[in-house]
Design a protein around this ligand. Structure first.
Ligand SMILES: Nc1nc2c(ncn2[C@@H]2O[C@H](COP(=O)(O)OP(=O)(O)OP(=O)(O)O)[C@@H](O)[C@H]2O)c(=O)[nH]1
Ligand SMILES: [Mg+2]
Length: 467
């Protein structure tokens, strides 16, 4: 065993800044790979065989030429018990970009190379330190923009999604073993009782796959924000409401009807959720050409909405539901917001009594003085939470687009296998087995069990450098 060089892998040592580029109090530079140990020893003048492990040490960072680049704190971790599974050196310097640049240049001169985006996490995955879904969760944790998104990412990092996949994969492997026993004996058909067992098992796996797929919408909502569209007649105060919820003057407000022509989108936190709030042009049957174009865009946005806030003016005689809203009334996504409560004393909330079918929840608010906005926010949070599919217990599974794509393929193969088994003239058992293998491949892809260099390249390239 050598410490300074060894396998080609041992020589491929990567380095990168893990903290944001720019001026800061501190900067963390991370080194991972077989050369970490000798580099730590050379840099900080220690014995390579007796480096203190996982201890912070304070020392001058001395470049190859002998000059001191900074006063640094460093620590060394021995693989495989590190994040990447490799020997790792962490160097903390003052957060001056110039120092960082000099230190990185020195590390490269000593034989490291610059890490690619996500390369530390990729190594953690390849070295078996985590499953692929956990590696993805690392990224989700870094980018989570709401408390709920963070909780879901943390659960995924702890292996929540991975465990569900393992269960499904184990059940399918059982099915395959049962079927394959008969493939070698072409004269024997699958006995009726085995056929039933296999059908039940396939149905279970199909249900489990559906349950995971059902979390995709919630996953999108966590990653992109809940899409809430403000809709209503001109001048009722839609833009004022957007400004009140956002907490600043984002949209132009004026007493003139037809102020908002295009739609305006703004991200806003509502409790633990992130909301993508969309203000639209007022729905005006007698609109001119430009307003008409704005209204067409509004209708487009409605089809993608998770929530529609239908805004009316309390001082106006009871408003009819705009025709554009009618298709969405049954979907439980429309809240009726009666604005300008400050102008009408004594009006109160509740459910819309008559006129609407089904009755819509009503919120009486004032965008001007903030009355009623707390209740409206609470209803928005409840609505977003209701979109979280009920998995077992308190699990926050929220799959991403990559998972959904593979799970849909698994679902197709499972359905095809079940149909083959259930047909009046059952499909040849080889065909059923091939479908089950297809489903296994697709599930394995989600879990990262399938060797797929290109998929890994695509996935990790979306990571940050240094992670
Ligand atoms: N008193 C009172 N006035 C309000 C309230 N909300 C909005 N307004 C006023 O109503 C007028 C119209 O407000 P906007 O927010 O521009 O209305 P809008 O629905 O976006 O109008 P369009 O973009 O033209 O469709 C402005 O003069 C606002 O100051 C409120 O809660 N109380
Ligand atoms: Mg407006």
């Amino acid at each position: 065993m050598t410490t300074d060089s060894g396998s080609a892998d041992g020589d491929d040592t990567i380095a990168a800044l893990a903290t944001p580029a720019g001026t800061a109090a501190l900067a963390l530079i991370r080194v991972s790979g077989g050369r970490s140990r000798v580099m730590a020893a050379a840099l900080f003048r220690g014995d390579p065989a007796a480096l203190p492990e996982r201890r912070y040490r304070h020392a001058d960072y001395r470049a190859l030429g002998g000059e001191v680049l900074d006063d640094a704190v460093w620590s060394f971790g021995v693989g495989p018990g590190t994040f990447t599974g490799e020997d790792t050196l962490e160097i903390c310097t003052h957060g001056n970009p110039l120092i960082v640049q000099l230190v990185l240049a020195d590390l490269f001169a000593r034989g490291c190379r610059a890490a690619e985006p996500g390369e530390f996490t990729r190594r953690a995955f390849l070295n078996g330190r985590m499953e692929l879904t956990q590696a993805e969760a690392v990224m989700d944790i870094i980018h989570a923009r709401s408390e709920r998104a963070l909780v879901a990412a943390q659960q995924q990092l702890r292996g929540g999604l991975g465990r569900h996949l393992e269960e499904l994969i184990a059940a399918l492997l059982g099915v395959l073993a049962r079927i394959e026993a008969y493939i070698d004996f072409p004269d024997e058909d699958l006995p009726v009782e085995d056929r039933e067992l296999v059908r039940t098992a396939l149905a279970d796996v199909l249900r489990g796959t559906e349950r995971l797929l059902a979390t995709h919408r919630y996953g999108d909502l966590l990653r992109d924000g809940l899409k809430a569209v403000l809709l209503g007649a001109p001048n009722v105060g839609k833009s004022s409401l957007l400004n009140a919820l956002v907490g600043r003057d984002r949209a132009i407000v004026s007493p003139e009807p037809g102020t908002t022509r295009d739609f305006i989108e703004e991200m806003v936190h509502v409790g633990p959720h992130l909301l993508r709030l969309i203000d639209t042009a007022g729905m005006n049957p007698a609109a001119g050409r430009v307003e008409q174009m704005g209204m067409a865009k509004t209708v487009e946005r409605l089809s993608e909405a998770d929530l529609i806030l239908w805004v009316t003016d309390v001082t106006q005689a009871s408003a009819d539901v705009p025709v554009e809203l009618r298709p969405y009334l049954g979907a439980d996504i429309v809240l009726h917001v009666r604005n300008k409560a400050d102008l009408a004393a004594g009006v109160s909330g509740g459910m819309d009594g008559g006129g609407f079918s089904p009755a819509l929840p009503i919120f009486t608010v004032s965008a001007l003085n903030g009355t009623g906005l707390g209740d409206l926010r609470a209803a928005i949070i409840a609505r977003a939470d209701a979109l979280r599919p009920a998995m077992a217990g308190d699990e926050h599974i929220a799959i991403n687009a990559r998972h959904a794509d593979a799970l849909r393929r698994a679902r197709e193969s499972l359905a095809s296998a079940a149909a083959g088994l259930g047909a009046a003239i059952p499909a040849p058992i080889e065909l059923v087995a091939s479908d089950v293998r297809g489903a296994l491949d697709a599930l394995g892809e989600v879990a990262g069990r399938v060797d797929n260099e290109r998929m890994l390249d695509a996935l990790f390239s979306t990571f940050c450098i240094g992670k």
